[in-house]
Ligand binder design. Sequence first.
Ligand code: HPA
Length: 302
Amino acid sequence: MSVHAYSDSDIQLAADHLLAQVPQTLLPKIGVVCGSGLGGLVESLQDTVEFPYESIPGFPHSTVAGHAGKLVFGLLAGKPAVCMVGRFHFYEGHVLKHTVLPIRVMKLLGVETLIVTNAAGSLNHTKCQIGDIMIIEDHINLPGMTGNNPLVGANLEAFGPRFPPVNDAYPRELRSLAFRASRELGIRQFVKEGVYCFVSGPSYESPAEARFLQSVGGDVVGMSTVPEVLVARHCDLRVLGFSLVTNFVVNRRERTADEESPEFNLPVESEVATPNHEEVLAVGVMRSKDMQNLVQKIVELI
Ligand code: HPA
């Protein structure tokens, strides 16, 4: 296996390659990252031009089943947009800084607004049901809080400041627009708003970890998105994020017969099934059309 030693100049290399090939009329103002099972969004694009990731110099390669791995340029609701079908995850072994390279490439191509989507597990079992679409209002970056932030290292001054604020990473005006789009599509009842917890994965959460994430205010948990959002905010892209809720996160373990006795007085936790990647992809398929329509509607309204 050959290992590519990435450097910051790969961002420009990839952008130059794309700028030389993408027709002027398709140079995007909007970027979309399609999460697990949500790649069907590209069916809404017209006049498409596609670039498999491996054909783009400087790009990392995606390895997860269900992630095709291509950049698709086209018109979405008549506006030039670029979709990442398949993204790069930390758990694949990529350095975080490399997982976010496409976002910086989008910036160099002229993107102003980034729509990120993902599949996520529900921590808040009363608010976020399987099949719901959660508008991300804020995030908790657990790997970031313990040293794994994509902005660690020399600051790329050309993109943004050393210490970017993230108090307003998901601006109200775009979240309101998403609610409006959901009303117009008649899917408002499936659309929620909440906090996304980023964990590195690839293992799903232990019950104790699930209770920890619930207690710190997480509504859903997933293994992506936040690094992309941080880099997008660093270079001043406007961000709107959606989580498609694909499973409930298990927050209880099987109790022993002794623990069932009243003296243990254990809290009541939800009884939910073990998450698995097939279930995540299946829910993606079930709701992908709604997600597709929602993103398209929002782009129409932007
Ligand atoms: N945990 C973490 N990531 C996920 C989950 C989950 O339960 N579901 C989909 N992505």
